[in-house]
Design a protein around this ligand. Structure first.
Ligand code: NZQ
Ligand code: ZN
Length: 383
């Protein structure tokens, strides 16, 4: 390992079927709880009422904050900030997937921000210096890793941008019960699985040194691929659901980026640009472009792609050239994606020729991978 790094992760994880038992002890010092959730799935699955009765029985004042949309917007964050201030909230409890967790985190550092949070935290990369409202998550969808990191991704429709806020504050705790993920439609489950793989690949496909993070990444990728196929066979397979949930957490809690110098992250940059013009779910915006992207950059990082083929997809390299092995690995990834029903073509996300130009304008170009793309190459990937 040649890179320098700092690793710190204070989020306490409660994992398993009884994880919710830890909610009240965790929030015993808080009284005014803002209960943030999405468009209704937590009500349908019974989680909302379970949490609400726990809070009410404990005498907490609950301020309802439902209706957070997938890919939460700048305007919705401002609304949440206003509510948090007016109601003098002392804890934010996010119930849902990555969108609600992200939203809760961004509100927690923005409610008392002097000035515009987008300008301060995203454009000027300032650290929050204002009063922070602590927050915690009860997760219902595995994928983003938001439950154990300090990022929050927000869409700004006015600026036609989607970007990550570095909150510098983590959830105090996250409650992860894989049972709550069983109600996810197949499309969302698999989208989450691809998001996990993508987070790990973004770090893995960068750097040339022998790095422990890459060995851990390979292990997590293998566990994820195995578990996703199990869930495909049986959506109620608790063991597989729990492995996916744990892989998601480790996929983006900072572990696999240690010593990687920032990683690649171009697939996510393209995915975020696609989100500017579609409501497509996050993982699918990544799966739509990943095979073409990796196929394009593979000749610039053949050694690593060969290792990916051998160690993750178990490709037998005997008698084959490095490039043949590398290609076979990517082909295995594509076959797995097709099995899971993941989108592998932009057309399946409803992207038209008109909004292709908007996407191209919104793409941010990173330098950390094996090759920095040109706008022409991104256009090729998107076409
Ligand atoms: O809105 P509700 O009704 O809750 O429905 C959601 C939503 O429609 C539904 N859902 C969630 N749990 C469910 C369920 N439906 C049935 N049963 C359940 N148990 O699933 C849909 C998608 O939920 P969402 O939270 O949007 O998905 P995800 O977890 O993929 O989060 C996506 C957001 O996270 C950001 C993405 O950009 C996107 O905005 N990301 C956050 C990251 C981070 N904080 O580090 C990194 C990621 O790369 C990503 O960018
Ligand atoms: Zn992601």
């Amino acid at each position: 390992m040649l890179g320098n790094f700092e690793y710190h992760n204070p989020t306490k994880i409660y994992f398993g079927k009884d994880a919710l038992d830890n909610l009240l002890p965790e929030i015993k010092n808080y009284n005014r709880i803002m209960l943030s959730y999405g468009k209704g799935s937590v009500i349908k699955i019974g989680l909302y009422h379970k949490v609400l009765s726990l809070l009410e029985e404990a005498g907490k004042t609950v301020i309802d904050d439902g209706g957070v949309m997938p890919n939460p917007t700048y305007d919705r964050v401002l609304e949440g900030c206003r509510k948090a201030r007016e109601e003098n909230i002392d804890f934010i409890l996010a119930l849902g997937g990555g969108s609600v967790c992200d939203y809760g985190k961004v509100v927690s550092v923005s409610a008392y921000c002097e000035g515009d949070f987008w300008e301060k935290y995203i454009e000027n990369k300032e650290k929050p210096k204002c009063k922070i409202i602590p927050m915690g998550c009860v997760l219902t969808m595995a994928g983003t890793g938001s439950e154990m990191n300090s990022k929050g991704v927000i869409s700004h429709k006015g600026l036609m941008k989607k970007a990550g806020v570095r909150c510098h504050h983590f959830p105090v705790f996250s409650i992860l019960n894989p049972m709550w993920t069983m109600t996810l439609p197949k499309y969302q489950t698999m989208s989450g699985c691809f998001d996990v793989l993508s987070h790990i690949m973004e770090n893995y496909f960068s750097g040339e040194d022998d790095n422990t993070s890459d060995y851990m990444a390979e292990g997590i990728m293998r566990s994820l691929i195995h578990a996703s196929l199990k869930v495909l066979e049986d959506p109620n397979d608790y063991e597989a659901r729990s492995n996916i949930m744990w892989c998601a957490c480790w996929g983006l809690n900072g572990l696999t980026e240690c010593g990687k110098g920032g990683g690649d992250w171009e697939v996510h940059k393209i995915g975020h640009a696609i989100s500017v013009v579609t409501d497509a779910t996050h993982g699918m915006t990544l799966s739509a472009v990943s095979y073409k992207y990796y196929d394009m950059i593979m000749p610039f990082g053949v050694k690593k792609f060969k290792r990916f083929a051998e160690n993750v997809w178990r490709v037998n390299s005997a008698g084959k050239s490095d490039i043949e092995v590398a290609k076979e690995g990517l082909f295995c990834m594509k076959e797995w994606m097709q099995k899971l029903g993941l989108v592998t073509d932009m057309k399946d996300l409803g992207v038209t020729k008109d909004n292709l130009e908007i996407i191209l304008k919104s793409v941010v170009y990173n330098k950390g991978g094996y090759k920095q793309l040109t706008p022409k190459e991104v256009k090729e990937i998107l076409s």
